[in-house]
Each structure stands twice: as structure tokens, then as C-alpha cells.
Design a protein around this ligand. Sequence first.
Ligand code: OAD
Length: 234
Amino acid sequence: MKKRLVILTGAGMSAESGISTFRDSDGLWEKHRVEDVATPEGFAANPQLVLDFYNQRRRELLNTQPNAGHIGLAELERDFDVRIITQNVDNLHERAGSSHVIHLHGELMKACPINDLNTAYDISPEHPDLHIGDKDANGVQLRPFIVWFGEPVPMIEPAITEVEACDIFVVIGTSLNVYPAAGLLNYVRRGQPIFLIDPKVVNTYRTDIHFIRKGASEGVKELKELLRPYAQPQ
Ligand code: OAD
């Protein structure tokens, strides 16, 4: 049986693809106020500003490719039962070939009606912008399928189930500032190996973490070496 490898990723995973992180210097939250563009109150106050912000993110994503880190994680499926839990709203894990991806914070290439955050529609890359006046079949305005601050995180439940069942846990490119995602570390059983890839120091309360102080591409390369003893090819 292949070992179950659960990997939590954050914005640093996609940094080498050219997508800005949030809290690094020059990150997205230096240039935009979270309250304005990532809360339901911000959307109610100025929907055009919020639609423009995500339209810009979506257009950036369409000009972006998975990096060696995303591809390395997809390749790990040869030897492991890999489950990815991502805070990222991009689709770079899927485009790199990963089969099991849980999106905790929504998906940039989807829209949902403002009165039903659980029904998502694909946004076509040919028409990537959402506008005021874009409605679903019931005539309800569409909004980005993004979990904003203050909104429920429904995918946290399946994510916890994955983490509880993991044999090995890996964290890549997240400052672990945002809950409930950061709390997933609590659910890793004692004795299961934990690896954390980040070029900067990430503070956690756990003392049983193997830190890899590298960017995602180089870090995933080193991770693959460290995982060799656990590998179980088909
Ligand atoms: P942050 O911007 O808070 O953290 C990014 C992390 O990536 C930091 O620890 C960086 O050191 C690290 N990093 C930078 N470059 C890297 C590289 N090349 N390789 C690996 N790591 C690198 O982003 P998140 O923790 O993902 O939510 O932020 C969590 C949530 O906060 C996001 O999903 C978003 C944001 O507000 C919403 O918008 C709902």
C-alpha cells in the first residue's frame, strides 16, 4: 500500500510561477486593503472594485504556468497516495497533474451566485472577466467563488479528515497566519513525519517538524530525497 502523503500549500507554492504572495514585502496585502477586496462587506460597499481585483488576478493566472514544485508534487503520485490541500485559488496544482486537490479558499476560475456560495460555475478562459449584471439562470448576480474573511470554510471538514488519516504531512509556502487552515497542523498524529518547505522561518508551536529552508522548486526536490525511505512504487 502506498503511504498517504497530505500536503498543505499556500501562496509561496505559486510564487516561482510569478503569482504574488500576500504577506511578503511587496505582497498583495501591501497594495490592497483586505477589508476592501476580501470581505463580504467590501463587496457590498464597492462590488466593481472587488470584481476588478479578481478579474486582474484571473488574467494573471491565465498567463502563468505551474513551476517545478507543482510538477514535482504531481510526480510524487507514482510512489505515494498524494492529497493536496491548498489555500491557493489558482489551478496550478491541477494543471501540473495532481489528481486530488482540495481548495480551502475557493477557485479563481469559478463564480457563484451571491445567495448560494456552494454552487460554483466554471469561468471560461476566453471570457475571464466577471461583470456587474452577470447572472445565473435564476437571475442572481454572480461573484467570485472565493472564501472571503468572515465567511464559512466548508472544505475544512474534508481537509481535517485527510490530515487525520495521513502517514506523512508536508507544508509548503504558507505563513500559517490564517485559520482554520493553519490549525490543520493540530490534526497530524504524533509520530507522523512533518516536513515544512519555506525560504523564511515559519513559527509553529510544534517541535517535531523537519524544516527545509528553500523555495518551492528546490524544496520539493529535497523533499523527494527525504521521502525515498517511505516510497512504495506500484
Ligand atoms: P502568505 O503571503 O501569508 O505567506 C506566504 C509564504 O510563502 C511565506 O511564509 C513566504 O516566506 C513563503 N514563500 C515566499 N516565496 C516562496 C517560495 N518561492 N517558495 C516557497 N515559499 C515561499 O500566504 P498564505 O499563507 O498562503 O486568503 O496566506 C493564507 C491566506 O491569506 C491566503 O489563502 C489568502 C490570504 O489572505 C484569502 O484571500 C481568503
